[in-house]
Design a protein around this ligand. Structure first.
Ligand SMILES: *Cc1c(COP(=O)(O)O)cnc(C)c1O
Length: 388
């Protein structure tokens, strides 16, 4: 079946009520027929739900959909994207191991690398997107994981999955990719050698700003380790969130198509505006990694980064003038969201530190939503008049 059909038609088994849409299995545990059934279930001799921290029909339906969409072997779903990312590292690493990661990663992932993992003697070496060809020189005998996001947040850099996948294979590293910005509709990192793909389902997978969720899919043996870690430590996704997210995936393809169509129009508009110095969108020919983006992504995604004139003050003026779009920390919603990292998420960093991660004073990130493109552009246009 094709991507769209599978997302809609894959469904947990029907109950005796022959419901069309899948019901919500809001139950913490499941029953056994007799002592033998219970023994065999606990011994994992047959697939059966025991307890919703381990598995649940709604959660399994959601995971199975993502597994198919990503071309993976197996998966496990989490309460949040960060739970998926943390549990993946915690399950697969030991004290003394080393991570090589792209420098521009999601803020909380960065905090894991710099604040928490060093407590367990796990160190991380970063590489900049434009220095990806030097990654080999950063690999140490104790390097276990190569980690990256593409497109990166908020600088919208593109990393070459095929090239980095080959390096991971050559050095026998576990290649982990956060595919949150692209979604499996646009990009399937496993095709390029990823062993594990992690997601914040909170973003485009739900796409409607309702629930938190996370998921890790990939190689059976590695997911087994992640599953065992998680069933004992308890970061499981709730059945309710899985039920919502499974429905969300039914419309993923059509939503992403429209998000990308709108984002392309917004990117082209911004590129033509005199108060915008630079636009970064993977499918604009001016993007430095346009060729790589075209190779590994079906469309350019929904996030456009741009630099406005007027630096930090320009950024503030711009946010203050916005009328329709939302000022919010989320992204990947039906509603267009604009953020100015230098005065918000990254305000505690010095100018130097910000420049290191590609965040200039005038950088604005726009998560383009599903409103009519003309209305999004009209709002951005009138706000841009105020920046200088
Ligand atoms: C939001 C986000 C996360 C974290 O997901 P939560 O669901 O908020 O925990 C991880 N990676 C990326 C790229 C994100 O955008």
């Amino acid at each position: 079946m094709n991507f769209e059909t599978q997302a809609i038609r894959h469904q947990a088994e029907r109950t005796q009520f022959d419901e069309h849409s899948v019901p919500l299995y809001l139950t913490s545990s499941f029953i056994f027929q007799d002592a033998e059934d219970m023994r065999a279930s606990f011994a994992e001799e047959k697939p059966k739900n025991l307890y919703s921290r381990f598995s649940n029909p709604n959660v399994s339906e959601f995971v199975d959909k993502v597994v198919t969409m990503e071309g993976a072997e197996s998966g496990y779903a989490f309460a949040t994207g960060m739970a998926a990312i943390y549990s993946t590292f915690a399950a697969l690493l030991s004290a003394g191991d080393h991570i090589v990661s792209c420098q521009s990663v999601f803020g909380s992932t960065h905090t894991l690398f710099t604040k928490y993992f060093p407590k367990w003697n796990i160190e991380t070496t970063y590489f900049k997107a434009e220095e990806a060809e030097k990654v080999e020189s950063l690999i140490q005998p104790n390097t276990k994981i190569l980690y990256l996001e593409t497109p990166t947040n908020p600088a919208i850099e593109i990393l070459d999955l095929e090239f980095l996948g080959k390096i991971a294979k050559k050095y026998n590293l576990i290649f982990v990719v956060d595919n949150c910005f692209a979604t499996p509709y646009l990009q399937q990192p496993i095709k390029f050698g990823a062993d594990i793909v992690v997601h914040s389902a909170t973003k485009l997978m739900d796409g409607q700003g309702r629930v938190l969720g996370g998921v890790a899919v990939g190689r059976e043996d590695l997911i087994r380790e992640i599953y065992l870690f998680s069933r004992n430590t308890g970061p499981a996704m709730s059945p309710f969130n899985a039920w919502v997210l499974s429905k969300s995936l039914e419309t993923l393809a059509i939503r992403i198509e429209k998000h990308c169509e709108n984002a392309m129009k917004v990117a082209e508009f911004l590129e033509s505006h005199p108060n915008v110095e630079l636009v970064k969108y993977p499918f604009l020919p001016s993007h430095p990694n346009y060729e790589i983006a075209k190779k590994q992504m079906k469309l350019g995604g929904n996030v456009v980064a741009f630099e406005i004139k007027g630096g930090t003050d320009g950024g503030r003026n711009f946010l203050n003038a916005i009328q329709m779009c939302s000022l919010s920390a989320n992204l990947g919603d039906t509603r267009t969201i604009v953020t100015h990292p230098a005065s918000t998420t990254h305000s505690k960093l010095s100018d130097d530190e910000r420049n290191q991660v590609g965040i200039t004073a005038g950088l604005v990130r726009c998560s383009v939503g599903l409103e009519h493109a003309d209305d999004i552009i009209a709002d951005l246009k009138q706000a841009l008049e105020t920046v200088i």
